[in-house]
Design a binder for this molecule. Structure first.
Ligand SMILES: Cc1cc2nc3c(=O)[nH]c(=O)nc-3n(C[C@H](O)[C@H](O)[C@H](O)COP(=O)(O)OP(=O)(O)OC[C@H]3O[C@@H](n4cnc5c(N)ncnc54)[C@H](O)[C@@H]3O)c2cc1C
Length: 293
């Protein structure tokens, strides 16, 4: 195993306990000014390095390409790493059969609240699939609403009829920095409000200028619109929860520097819904999900 070190070459994770709260310790290291962080593989045996190389060939070939592009040799160089904290904890709410509030729509795996990891993704996918096939027998064939289709066509044409403007990948790159910079591992109310202002600025100034040169870019334009909403939901929900709540390993954090303690009154969900076309935030008790047989 390589060693994670800070800018001064000091070990960031010293023992098993540190390792179990690595995301928190890495974020702290950066926040306290000892970043950037690096992986140091230089003390590993040639045999271990070759095993890593084989693993990269099979599972992460992009890592080898990245090292080549940067001219880095992990036998000799420190490998810079960026912490991208998984600090967005929200997803679709379902019942225990993975039905959402929209009849006929199911959510499983990563798209579903509470579920983390492969085993839960597989089990929920199985249950949701079974449920959907049962429901499909009862539901009549879907009839598309003419008004809704016309609306979608109008939206798509908005991007394709322009010949100049903002490229969707550029705008996506710009919005993606907002969750990391304004609502990342350590959150603060004033900073999050600034994040909302930055998002609103991009929404009014750049979103209307999006344009697509081909169907692939049209898809990216539609995705960018969704990412705006996702980021806004994440910031608003994080602002609403005025407490700190962490899983014990420091992963999936909600760490409010301005509300550093866990508050039992917040033992509940923040639910974001669309009400009269408006993003609306409410709280709900954590549902008592029944075991599915
Ligand atoms: C770096 C990393 C390490 C992980 N390590 C582990 C681990 O060690 N053990 C573990 O149990 N879990 C691990 N996980 C979590 C695990 O990968 C996820 O829980 C699991 O992959 C979720 O499966 P899923 O099918 O719900 O979603 P995904 O695997 O994300 O699949 C969703 C698919 O939908 C596609 N898609 C998205 N939008 C559209 C669209 N509009 N149209 C068509 N297709 C679309 C995507 O391209 C993707 O193929 C890890 C995750 C990451 C990111």
């Amino acid at each position: 195993m390589g060693t994670l070190v800070n800018r001064h070459g000091e070990k960031v994770l010293r023992d098993k306990r540190d390792s179990s709260q690595r995301a928190f310790l890495m974020a702290k290291e950066i926040a306290e000014g000892r970043g950037p962080l690096y992986w140091d593989f230089r003390a590993l045996s040639e045999e271990t390095i070759q095993a890593y190389e084989r693993e990269m060939d099979h599972e992460y070939p992009v890592t080898k390409q990245w090292l080549n592009q940067k001219g880095l040799d992990f036998r000799k160089d420190l490998i810079p790493m960026q912490l991208v904290p998984a600090a967005i904890n929200g997803a679709l709410l379902t019942d225990e059969t993975f039905r959402t509030s929209l009849p006929g729509l199911y959510a499983a795996g990563s798209s579903c609240a509470y579920l983390l990891g492969l085993s839960q993704a597989m089990v929920s996918g199985h249950i949701a699939g079974e449920q959907a096939s049962e429901d499909a027998k009862r539901f009549p064939d879907p009839v598309p609403e003419a008004g809704q289709l016309a609306q979608v066509q109008k939206l798509v044409k908005r991007y394709t009829k322009k010949t100049d403007g903002v490229n969707p990948t550029d705008l996506e790159t710009a919005i993606r920095t907002i969750p990391t910079d304004y609502v990342g591992y350590f959150k603060d109310g004033d900073l999050m409000k600034k994040g909302l202002e930055r998002l609103a600025e991009l929404r009014t100034q750049s979103l209307p200028k999006l344009f697509a040169k081909n169907p692939h870019e049209t898809m990216r334009c539609l995705e960018v619109r969704n990412i705006f909403d996702m980021v806004e939901m994440h910031i608003r929900a994080s602002l609403m929860r005025t407490e700190t709540r962490l899983a014990k390993n420091g992963l999936w954090p909600h760490f409010r520097l301005d509300y550093p303690h866990m508050d039992p009154q917040w033992e509940k969900l923040v639910v974001v819904s669309k009400v009269n076309e408006q993003m609306t935030l409410t709280t709900e008790p954590i549902p008592d999900l029944k075991e599915c047989v």
